[in-house]
Design a protein around this ligand. Sequence first.
Ligand SMILES: [Zn+2]
Length: 245
Amino acid sequence: MSARRGSQCFQNSAASLAGLVLVSVAAAEVLGRAAGWGAMGPGKPNGHLVAVTFDDGPGPRTAELLTVLARHGARATFFVTAPAVQTHAAQLQALRSAGHQFEAHGRWHIHALLLPPWREWRQVRWHPRTQEPGPHFYRPPYGGHSPWTRLFARLQGRQIALWDVEGRDWTSGDAAGLAGQALARVRPGSVILLHDGPAVTPELLDHLLEGLAARGLQAVTMNELPPQRIGLRAGVRRLLSSYGH
Ligand SMILES: [Zn+2]
């Protein structure tokens, strides 16, 4: 009787301990992801450079974005997906010829938490220019990265690239308003997230580049910035600001 109770008690304790470990791992994961510790974030805050980045292309909108960038003498970085590169090879060539940088946004446009580890391995491995010298940046779809993403990125020589300012071009806001909101958060070194796809983005970009120039900030590629690894303090700041919006 008492032996049975003892074993039950042990089982309960083991279950509580496992639960506690699981909750701690989940909390660390959520906090780590929101904070972006270990990934690449904005560049040095004491210069006059910023990076404008476009996710999800190339596509039918790329040519318009290139026109706006050329008008302002700005260079940008495009985080492209494998299916988009296959469908829009000419646009990839066009942005490359215009001197812009392109990096990986995934073999599939799927959140890391929805991919089993063996698919996440292939997701992180895919890059549009693996034969060329690095760094090779990988921006996870939806910014979602798991402990697997971080491990696989390290093993495959990829750097996870995040951002600190969102253009929010997926919302229904107007171009000038969205550009104004983004400009309010931009500082020297910022990495600004936009998308190669939404109808509002070219006009938003036009306002944004005008605002950046007015503040003496120059839009360059990620390599020219360059981004810095997000450390403990910067991660805490990201966490705080992500809950402030
Ligand atoms: Zn995306």
